[in-house]
Design a protein. Structure first.
Length: 391
């Protein structure tokens, strides 16, 4: 023990003498800077989390239903400028991008700023951010405000320090309606992107595949007549065979991640009054595709198997998939995450490059009453993103 003089008396300390145990004290001396860095990093994460939460509160209190995101985009843009970020506005999309090195790959961080309309069963004001314990309540908090503000903080923390890749951030609008003024408008302005992380709520597990969507309008044609007489051709009966086939048909190729391609008739309209044979029956088919079928192929296939007239509203929302072997996915796996396939649609469907969803929150809370995000989920998301992208 090392002797210590206190008031003229020699005492024994509880700590060994550095001279006696040089290797131990060398290790301690080397560890102190590391411990300080960890402490400083924790303080940074906490500060960035607090700032993220405050920004999210302001966004919740600024209604941003799809196609009406202007004021929320103003709030977001001004905050980004106040933080000294290189901002460019494209409609109501906010692009943040510094100088890029053409020799390096480019990573896009993306989340959306718009929300759905609030459902009628909210028990609190959806536009008043309320913190109760660890939960922040408000419309868009979970879908996808948590990912939106978390990824912005990650961009702030990593900008200029990524030695092996470029970093770009995009807050997109009109995601909930796949609108032409959203990601589609911003896409031509983006640099060449090699891979994107989309901050949708996945519980911070990587969704490496996502189902596509195609909406088809069907019309079965008949001939009108009086219901009391045996005349006319009933368009409802003409549609029946097609509806049964659509209900029962199963596509052969099923995905390990996304399951089968699924067709569902969701809307049916026909007739004008009880005594008139309907000459037209209209219906809507919701088609959710896995990675084995393109929307164009499926539409052509359906046309060959039904009698009704079909019209696809769009082919643009395709299924997406990133290989399990991709370095970022392997990095996720190394950190104990579990890749999965997502049935819900996002701006991934519009991305002509590799992408995957990874964000705080739970998809089950989206589009529901009393939506919330946990503040701890935002903090964990920032920590996880930084660990994932700093490697």
């Amino acid at each position: 023990m090392a002797p210590v003089m206190v008031k003229g008396r020699i005492l024994r300390t509880r700590y060994p003498c550095p001279a006696a145990f040089p290797s131990l004290f060398t290790h301690i001396a080397l560890a102190i800077p590391k411990l300080f860095c960890i402490f400083a990093a924790d303080m940074d994460i906490r500060q960035y989390t607090n700032e993220a939460v405050e920004l999210l509160k302001r966004l919740i209190s600024t209604p941003s239903v799809s196609r009406d995101e202007g004021r929320a985009a103003d709030v977001f843009e001004q905050q980004a400028r106040d933080w000294g970020l290189p901002v460019r506005r494209i409609g109501n999309n906010i692009l943040i991008q510094g100088e890029l090195d053409a020799q390096k790959p480019t990573l896009l961080l993306n989340a959306h700023i718009d929300t759905v309309k609030p459902v009628t069963t909210w028990t609190r004001d959806p536009f008043t951010p309320t913190v109760e314990g660890d939960r922040l309540y408000g419309l868009g908090a979970n879908d996808c405000g948590g990912g939106l503000v978390s990824l912005l903080q990650v961009y702030r923390m990593l900008q200029g320090s990524c030695s092996s890749y470029n970093l770009v951030y995009l807050a997109s609008c009109e995601e909930e309606v796949s609108g032409a003024g959203g990601f589609t408008l911003a896409l031509p302005v983006l640099p060449k992107i090699d891979v994107a992380i989309v901050g949708e709520p996945t519980g911070m597990q990587p969704a490496i595949a996502e189902k596509g969507l195609m909406v088809i309008d069907g019309i079965a044609h008949g001939k009108s007549g009086h219901a009391a007489r045996n005349e006319g051709v009933n368009a409802i009966y003409e549609a029946l065979d097609d509806l049964v086939w659509l209900r029962d048909y199963r596509f052969r190729k099923e995905s390990q991640l996304l399951g089968p391609t699924k067709m569902t008739v969701t809307v049916l309209n026909s007739g004008t009054q009880h005594n008139v044979i309907p000459d037209e029956c209209r219906f809507v088919i919701d088609v959710r595709t896995n990675e084995y079928y393109t929307n164009e192929y499926l539409f052509s296939f359906l046309q060959k198997h039904v009698k009704s007239e079909l019209k696809a509203r769009s082919f643009r929302l395709s299924s997406s998939h990133i290989p399990m072997e991709h370095p970022l996915i392997q990095r996720c796996i190394e950190r104990g995450m579990t890749p999965f396939g997502s049935p819900t649609l996002s701006d991934q469907a519009l991305m002509p490059f590799l992408s995957f969803k990874l964000g705080p929150g739970d998809s089950a809370r989206s589009h529901s009453a009393d939506e919330y995000i946990c503040i701890s989920e935002i903090e964990q998301a920032i920590e996880t993103y930084i660990a994932l992208l700093s490697a």
